[in-house]
Design a protein around this ligand. Structure first.
Ligand SMILES: Nc1ncnc2c1ncn2[C@@H]1O[C@H](COP(=O)(O)OP(=O)(O)O)[C@@H](O)[C@H]1O
Ligand SMILES: [Mg+2]
Length: 427
């Protein structure tokens, strides 16, 4: 006679079931199910326990979905191992499932779980070639309302890989920002403090906004853009609205906060400036240290006019890095062209386009490439355009689009940018 009896779970068994489960777990084994899921199956689905007098010595719980049951937990007290208790629990469970007309029983266990004898002894088939994939969405349910209120969102994965060329900037941002933020424990143990506020500067269209979003996408953190121009319409005034926005942001565990064209609210103090704006700059100067006190967030500010910023604003201790994002070099331009030219246009001489588009920003290249595509499309669909030779996706068609596109970055901007790097950049 077995010394135990197997019976249905009763609500007052719960504490003991949890203790048995916790005592039977191996810490190094990644659990597939959480404690709250297991508790829920006890009350909502099916659980069976093995008891000796009033003491629970083992339990099995399952979740029932249509005609399948998923075993979430099979646990037994260590003193009772090796005596067939696991198999007895499974048998008790199976009998009850069969009564409900359920024939298919599955169990998902970590590969490192060694306590699988009960399954093997009870004729469960082992599927060697199944893999388990899991992804935890980065936002907690309670973070969703504040995030929506802030106009924030989770960006799609893959934005980082969509950034073509810009190898040098990508490496820098990956090493200085992404890796320390993604692995704060390792960074801290080596004395690297993950950055909490950075400025990206450079001519328009070079990818500052795109980089900020790509950082959020890479980290899998929500992205919140703060629009000073919109906050200005707030009846409390811009400074108070900015303060409130950052207060709301502090409720998020992880966040990439982005302020574009930051020079609008943080440009150098000068006599003519309206005192309202000075108040806003001062507010921002107070907000940044407070933001820095809370780990798990990064503030990215972008500007096309770094030299117009208040120097106090850029001070050490406020921003960890002041990173230049310049117009792409020839190799980067080639990569960006490649990104925007359809794979079917195999004959296009990309190196020639890269050479012909000097000082083009990524945005200029995108514009010229899309224009060429639009022309080709119109030629294909509009019969009256079919005789126009430049409208196909040929090298010539792209070169025509290049001559019709004015590079945003002028020689003068390049010169200023190089001076700014010399004087202001901090990487
Ligand atoms: N490295 C890149 N590869 C591909 N497209 C890019 C790249 N950088 C920028 N772009 C494109 O150029 C456009 C302008 O970029 P954006 O980030 O807004 O520039 P900025 O913020 O510096 O003015 C966007 O449409 C973006 O998709
Ligand atoms: Mg931008």
């Amino acid at each position: 006679m077995q010394p135990w009896s197997v019976r249905d779970f009763h609500a007052d068994d719960l504490d003991q079931v949890i203790s048995v489960w916790q005592a039977s777990r191996t810490d190094s084994v990644h659990p597939v199910y959480t404690l709250s899921e297991i508790i829920r199956t006890c009350s909502d689905d099916l659980a069976v326990v093995a008891v000796v007098r009033d003491e629970v010595i083992g339990a099995v719980t399952c979740m029932i979905q249509e005609d399948r049951a998923w075993i979430l937990m099979l646990a037994q007290a260590s003193a009772w191992r090796g005596q067939g208790l696991g198999s007895a629990l499974l048998a008790g469970l199976e009998r009850r499932l069969a009564d409900q007309g359920i024939r298919r029983i599955s169990a998902l266990l970590p590969a490192s779980e060694t306590r699988v004898k009960a399954f093997r002894n009870s004729e469960y088939r082992f599927e060697e070639d199944l893999h388990y994939f899991e992804r935890i969405l980065p936002v907690q349910p309670q973070e969703m309302p504040p995030l929506t209120h802030l106009g924030g969102r989770i960006l799609p994965r893959g934005l980082w890989d969509g950034l073509a060329g810009m190898q040098h900037e990508k490496e820098l941002i990956e090493q200085r920002l992404i890796l320390p933020l993604a692995r704060p424990d390792l960074a801290n143990s080596l004395g690297v403090v993950p950055p909490q506020a950075v400025v990206l500067f450079g001519p328009p269209g070079t990818g500052k906004t795109t980089f900020a979003k790509a950082v959020a996408s890479r980290l899998d953190w929500p992205f919140v853009e703060v629009f000073p121009s919109r906050l200005a319409a707030d009846p409390q005034g811009l400074a108070a609205a900015l303060r409130q926005t950052f207060l709301d942001i502090s409720g998020l565990d992880h966040v990439v906060v982005f302020i574009d064209e930051v020079e609008e609210i943080a440009s150098a103090r000068n006599g003519e400036r309206a005192s309202v704006l000075q108040g806003v700059t001062n507010e921002l100067l107070k907000i940044i240290p407070a933001f820095r006190e809370q780990p798990g967030g990064i503030l990215i500010c972008a500007t096309n006019f770094i030299r117009s910023l208040d120097l106090a604003f850029l001070r050490h201790g406020r921003f960890d890095y002041v990173i230049p994002i310049g117009a792409p070099d020839a190799a980067a331009r080639a990569a960006i062209w490649r990104r925007y030219i359809p794979g079917t246009a195999t004959e296009v001489d990309i190196d020639l386009l890269a050479a012909a588009s000097e000082r083009f920003s990524p945005a200029d290249i995108e514009f010229a490439a899309r224009k060429t595509s639009q022309n080709a499309f119109e030629q294909a669909v509009l019969p009256c355009r079919q005789e126009q030779p430049e409208a196909e996706l040929s090298t010539d068609a792209y070169l025509t689009a290049i001559t019709e596109t004015r590079a945003t970055v002028t020689e003068a901007t390049v010169k200023e940018f190089l001076e700014d790097i010399e004087r202001i950049a901090r990487i």
